[in-house]
Design a protein around this ligand. Structure first.
Ligand SMILES: [Zn+2]
Ligand SMILES: [Zn+2]
Length: 367
């Protein structure tokens, strides 16, 4: 079918998104055509434009946070049917590879190909100006329709509002799971969340779900500090220094049990101050994306080893999308997960203005 999509023709050059006609192939075996209700704008989309995540190929159809209704399925597909409400997961889970069967589906082998620029079978589903278009995360939700591999299609209850559901395909589980799984928060912990944007806000929510006693949200933006309190932060700080003082007084100088880094663009200098704030035996979680070529990290290795600290990387919040996406939808429907409050601005698909660097075309923008 002919439709429209937002493409980057020159990734890494900050040239911005071009909204233009695209041609979408029908779904093949193990695929479904989804009519999207909403798409989130994730910082990772912007990383493609800025070059923090370099792409060696072009063009790319952006967007990887979407929810909608199944319109059509490929030959032999029985896992979903037209009319099903689904979330598109930015990382697929095949259910068969070693990591999937070990319950670590965020490490699914298929996930390694989400930025390869082709569908899992090595071909293109989207075409523009007579050439194949790569889709972010095998999806490309900056379009009204997506042909997605079933491994990334997760059914949700029909009473879950789709515009909110779009957020639980990437940003929400990434932050929430950083607290709930990656940080292994325990009841009564003191937790610091560094950077409370769309991901960090959900780390704050996750910390409260796991019973953290103190949740210190660190963000230079006053608006985000205010919002963090709404999401469950017990304390706020504008920078590391202020956070360090709060943590010291809360823990009698022992340090935080967990420090979770959810900054939009992580630089090496953010790591050692996080360690200084972490108690002996405590855990640091690194969730935010650094520029791909970032290598230098000044880090007190002696203290790190001698005080038995742990540094844990986290992709997709270390969640298992098949179970956690429906769980997050259920928590929202029970009033135990805030999603409405994450949405700071909504754009219609047809907007031609460009309100900010990344929000040209998508419908939902995260705090
Ligand atoms: Zn994302
Ligand atoms: Zn797998």
């Amino acid at each position: 079918m002919k439709t429209r999509g937002a493409l980057l023709w020159e990734p890494g050059t900050r040239s911005g998104w071009s909204v233009e006609e695209i041609e979408l192939d029908p779904p093949k075996e193990h695929e479904a055509l989804i009519k999207l209700a909403a798409s989130g704008v994730c910082h990772s989309d912007d990383h493609l434009d800025t070059g923090d995540i370099p792409l060696p190929w072009a063009p790319v159809l952006g967007g990887h946070e979407g929810a909608g209704v199944v319109e059509e399925v490929g030959p032999g597909v029985t896992a979903v049917k037209p009319g099903d409400h689904v979330v598109l997961s930015f990382l697929p889970s095949c259910g068969r590879c070693r990591m999937c069967v070990k319950g670590k589906s965020n490490m699914c082998e298929l996930g390694a190909g989400v930025l390869a620029g082709v569908a899992p079978d090595g071909t293109h589903r989207v075409h523009a100006r007579g050439q194949g278009v790569g889709c972010m995360s095998y999806l490309g939700t900056f379009a009204p329709y997506v042909v997605a591999p079933l491994d990334a299609v997760i059914p949700i209850p029909e009473d879950m509002p789709l515009d909110k559901a779009a957020l639980i395909g990437c940003g929400v589980p990434t932050g929430w799971g950083s607290s709930v799984y990656a940080a292994e928060i325990e009841l009564g912990d003191t937790v610091v969340v560094v950077g409370t944007g769309g991901v960090g806000m959900n780390a704050v929510q996750g910390a409260r779900h796991k019973g953290a006693r103190n949740v210190v949200a660190v963000d230079p933006a006053p608006f985000k500090r205010e919002k963090a309190v709404e999401f469950g932060a017990t304390h706020v700080a504008k920078d590391y220094e202020e956070a360090g003082q709060i943590v010291e007084s809360l823990t009698n100088g022992q340090g935080a049990d967990r420090v979770i880094i959810t900054v939009g663009v992580v630089t090496g200098d953010l790591m050692n101050p996080a360690q200084e704030m972490t108690r002996r035996g405590g855990t640091m979680v690194l969730t935010g994306a650094a520029p791909v070529l970032q290598r230098d990290v000044p880090f007190d290795l002696f203290t790190f080893a001698m005080s038995g600290k742990r540094l844990q990387g986290s992709l997709y919040g270390t969640t298992t999308s098949r179970t956690d996406v429906p769980l997050l939808a259920d928590l929202y429907l029970r009033g135990e997960l805030k999603l409405d409050e994450l949405i700071t601005r909504t754009y219609s698909w047809t907007t031609s203005t460009r309100p900010s660097g990344t929000c040209t075309t998508a419908r939902t923008c995260v705090a």
